[in-house]
Write a protein that binds this ligand. Structure first.
Ligand code: MLC
Ligand code: AMP
Length: 506
């Protein structure tokens, strides 16, 4: 088992005339056109001397053109580094500096500002890619002859680096190989019974594991097809459902779908599978969806570092509140936090993972990599869970101080550091509180200097250029002092309890 590119190419070539990607209004691309376009982009990148191991950092709005760009990077044996478009320039500056890419591809509107940062990091080329098949990358590809050869990569060669927030406040790049991605795609195709007759409604962003690897790799590998939607629009999804078979979403998708009176058994009749992941799906959402549509949402559990680890079964009971047994070929165990010893069913501990899906470490961060692996090769996920007697994993919490808001990870440390830097602030504690739409939402508890005019608005204004919108607090509470234990550590559990109702609707 080697190149992910070779596997995807072979699968797509089986039906060259088939429409693989369409949008709500346009048919783009057939298998043949997709491959040809990726080969032209590969030729364009090769003319800039992009070769094996070079990083290509991509921060663009979602459009079908991103898929041939992704394939082109894989074809060259280069490393695909997708970045969230919500990041501010100062956040992007860090990723460009850390990844040291040979080429950066951004939205046409961001070309000038990104060029400025990229020059500071000695990045040779900044290109643009717009959502209307426009931009300098498209111009170069348009005049290039398709590159037919592809790099002869080994399963251990890197295919992508995906950044994941870090507990210290700095994001770490998870290095994923061709073997990691291909093995997981194969496991999912089998576990979820994907075939060429599937059609996916794709409304997730494509800079994360969920929307890019789980969704796109699986569709291409299965010879299936998808409708690419720029973002979640529930009414549009419902309109398209009668012509689709699968939906993948974070729990917010299902919460919002249930808010529409149009969601019912009739519109979902052609659908064979609703998949949820990236954050916990509430049991009440699962049962309300079942009651309304007759479909039991299939919940699975994954991470940027490992792609998918466990999944509720395709056949058999999909147990609400659980993420199912390990996928074939993947070992998952629960260990005691103190001793590291494996625990029996029913006991809660650290969830650890081993298998061909587990990443090759953090980019340029051997120390952090070593700290998160056991000597016997298990990766310590930072999630807390237990297995029930039937082998279903239950995720009950996190050992890491992490908030998951609408499927996006927010590390409190990063938000606290940004708030603490603002004038008039003494210190802050950032917590996640229950939110009906996003599952959890970011809330900041702030201690301000006496006699300063610091207010919620001034803090939000101070964060606007520094943190992506989804990381910014949905509420700010001012207190005289933060609760601390005898060791001086802020008592976040106490704060979470105290403010758990703050964002609940009346
Ligand atoms: C948007 N906003 C968010 C937010 N998304 N705030 C907190 N958390 C989020 N997730 C902000 C917007 O900037 C806006 O702010 C306001 O909230 C309302 O926005 P919206 O229009 O309602 O947002 P929408 O575009 O509908 O997006 C919501 C969403 C989206 C849930 C559909 O966030 C989303 O697609 N999330 C999926 C993330 C994902 O793919 N995760 C997978 C990671 S991989 P304002 O103030 O400007 O109005 C992974 C591994 C695995 O975790 O297992 O899969
Ligand atoms: P990320 O770092 O963005 O890849 O997020 C991975 C984290 O998302 C995991 O470590 C879990 O905490 C969480 N996660 C993913 N899927 C689920 C799920 N089905 N239930 C609970 N948590 C999940």
């Amino acid at each position: 088992m080697g190149s992910l590119y070779a596997a995807l190419l072979t699968a797509v070539q089986r039906a060259p005339d088939k429409l693989v990607i369409r949008t709500a209004t346009e048919n783009r691309y057939t298998g043949h056109d997709l491959i040809r376009q990726s080969q032209k982009i590969a030729a364009a990148l090769q003319s800039l001397a992009v070769t094996r191991g070079d990083r290509v950092l991509v921060q663009v709005e979602k459009s079908p053109e991103v898929i041939p760009l992704y394939l082109a990077v894989l074809q060259l044996g280069a490393v695909y580094v997708p970045i969230n478009t919500a990041y501010t320039l100062s956040e992007t500056d860090y990723f460009i500096g850390d990844a040291a890419p040979k080429v950066v591809v951004v939205d046409p509107d961001a070309l000038a500002s990104t060029q400025e940062i990229a020059t500071g990091h000695d990045v040779p080329y900044v290109l643009s890619l717009g959502t209307r098949q426009d931009g300098t990358l498209m111009d170069m590809a348009g005049s290039a002859a398709p590159l037919l050869q592809f790099a002869d990569v080994h399963a251990d060669n890197l295919a992508a680096i995906l950044y994941t927030s870090g507990t210290t406040g700095r994001s770490k790049g998870a290095m994923l190989s061709h073997g990691n991605l291909l093995s997981n795609t194969q496991a999912l195709a089998e576990a979820w019974h994907f075939s060429a007759s599937d059609h996916l409604l794709h409304a997730l962003p494509i800079f994360h594991t969920h929307g890019l690897f789980v969704a796109c790799n699986l569709i291409l590998f299965s010879g299936a097809s998808m409708t690419f939607l720029p973002k979640l629009d529930v009414e549009q999804l419902i309109t398209l459902m009668p012509d689709a078979t699968v939906l993948m979403g974070v729990p917010t998708f299902y919460v919002r779908l249930l808010e529409s009176p149009r969601l019912n058994e009739t519109v979902t009749r052609n659908m064979r599978l609703f998949i949820s992941g990236s954050a916990p799906l509430l049991e009440e959402t699962h049962s309300a969806f079942k009651a309304r549509t007759g479909h039991a949402i299939l919940e699975r559990y994954g991470m940027t570092e490992t792609t998918m680890n466990t999944s509720n079964p395709y056949h058999g009971e999909r147990r609400p509140g659980t993420v199912g047994p390990p996928l074939p070929g993947i070992s998952v165990r629960v260990t005691d936090r103190e001793s590291g010893r494996p625990l029996p069913a029913g006991e809660t501990g650290l969830v650890e993972i081993k298998g061909p899906n587990v990443f090759h470490g953090y980019w340029k961060n051997a120390e952090k990599t070593q700290a998160e692996f056991r000597d016997d090769g298990y990766f310590i996920s930072g999630d807390l869970g237990f297995f029930d007697n039937d082998g279903y994993l239950h995720i009950v919490g996190r050992d890491k101080d992490l908030i998951i808001s609408g499927g996006y990870n927010v590390y409190p440390k990063e938000v606290e550091a940004a708030i603490d830097d603002l004038p008039g602030v003494v210190e802050s504690a950032v917590i996640g509180v229950p939110h009906h739409d996003f599952g959890e939402a970011v809330v900041a508890i702030v201690v301000k200097r006496t006699n300063t005019a610091v207010a919620e608005q001034s803090i939000l204004a101070g964060l606007s250029n520094r943190l992506a919108r989804y990381k910014q607090p949905k509420a700010i509470i001012f207190v005289d002092a933060l609760p601390r234990n005898v060791m001086g550590k802020v008592q976040k559990a106490q704060l979470r309890k105290e403010y758990e109702d703050i964002l609940r609707p009346e």
